[in-house]
Design a binder for this molecule. Sequence first.
Ligand SMILES: [Zn+2]
Length: 203
Amino acid sequence: MGRGGHDTLFRRWHAKQRMRMERSTRTQLALARTLYVPALVARYIIAQRDKYLPQSTPLRPAQRAAMSGFFSAQVLEAARVIVLEGTRLRNPPFHRTLKRLGFRGLRDMSQISAITFDHVVVSHQQFTDALLFHELVHLEQYRQLGIRRFSELYVHGFLVGGGYEGIPLEVSAYELGGRFQANPKEQFSVAEEVTRWLKEGKY
Ligand SMILES: [Zn+2]
């Protein structure tokens, strides 16, 4: 075999090897995203909940009254809220890891209006009923799913849905929130809606 032929063979072999490596890197990245990232997120949620819990307060009577036709007494009882003043949430330390794993369009935590960590709602602004409603839907989702499963579905939804707007846990919260805002007097059970979405595999 002449030199040229050998080179071609070698190049082909090399290209094949590279493809194989790229595929295994992709597999590893996919595994990292689906196994490792939800664990990081879950740990972060627990740490943030425990950090803000001592300074947070139960819902005020007016807030409970506005939400009572939609949420169970259990949720209204468990909810804790805090409005940050003079300080803002910071991005979690694993944001850089996520970027390395190919996550794009991550939200800057200091710019969001509010976020729910298990049963603790942390907000950058005073609560309107609409904002509180949205966050309490997440609280109900946490209650039914648990923190670990919530994290898995959130991360999966982000990757599959192509960003925050595509996360089914968010879509559902916005949808139910929209229903509430359209008619705050027409009661419905958020718990039942979350159960239905779960059963239908929509999360
Ligand atoms: Zn949300």
